[in-house]
Design a protein around this ligand. Structure first.
Ligand code: PNS
Length: 181
């Protein structure tokens, strides 16, 4: 085997790395928080980056999503929240980050995530994508399911933090009022 010398002090190297954890976070769930906490234990700094994700019709504005994320991650010192437009990889470079962290819930996530990871590697070979397994308790959880349950009057207390559950209720009530007019 030829080539690169591997730094065996990899734990200190990782602690110096800045990771970007991108997503729609519409809204943030306990599954997202689980992945953010895991990333924050491994990397020196984690930037949670909210994408407007124009392909989806969001319930919350980017600002609302950022506010909720800031509140529910305030207990994690090395995490900050931001938003980005355009290509993820351009944002990662602009923040001089080394790693993209994505959560994987189940095999069903893998194919699409693999496609994105390989495309991002093609665009920026110096940036690694790292997958973290979501805790088993959250493997069935998604923002879409949470929104559907809340919209149909179900309880979401065990799926999202209280502040998010309250914002969901308020938002859905306002939408209903507009519809009823
Ligand atoms: O929470 P989501 O909706 O699964 O997040 C998807 C997201 C925002 C991470 C992904 O759509 C993305 O990276 N969007 C930015 C645009 C981009 O870079 N697209 C090319 C990806 S290969």
């Amino acid at each position: 085997m030829g080539g690169a010398v591997v730094d065996t002090h990899s734990s200190s190297l990782i602690a110096m790395m800045r990771a970007v954890c991108p997503g729609s976070f519409d809204p943030v769930t306990y599954g997202h928080i689980d992945v953010i906490e895991r990333a924050a234990r491994v990397f020196g700094e984690v930037i949670v980056a909210v994408s407007p994700n124009l392909g989806k019709q969001p319930l919350f504005s980017v600002e609302e999503r950022i506010d909720m994320l800031r509140e529910v991650t305030s207990h994690i010192q090395n995490v900050r929240t931001d938003a980005f437009d355009g290509l993820l990889i351009d944002y990662v470079r602009s923040r001089e980050a080394n790693v993209i962290v994505k959560g994987l819930r189940a095999v069903s996530d893998f194919e699409f995530e693999l496609q994105m990871a390989l495309m991002n590697r093609n665009l920026a070979p110096e940036v690694e994508t790292v997958f973290m397994m979501t805790g088993a308790d959250y493997s069935y959880l998604s923002s879409s399911i949470v929104k559907e349950i809340a919209a149909l009057g179900g309880r979401v207390d065990s799926l999202v933090p209280r502040v998010v559950a309250i914002k969901l209720e308020e938002k859905l009530r306002k939408l209903q009022e507009v519809k009823n007019k």
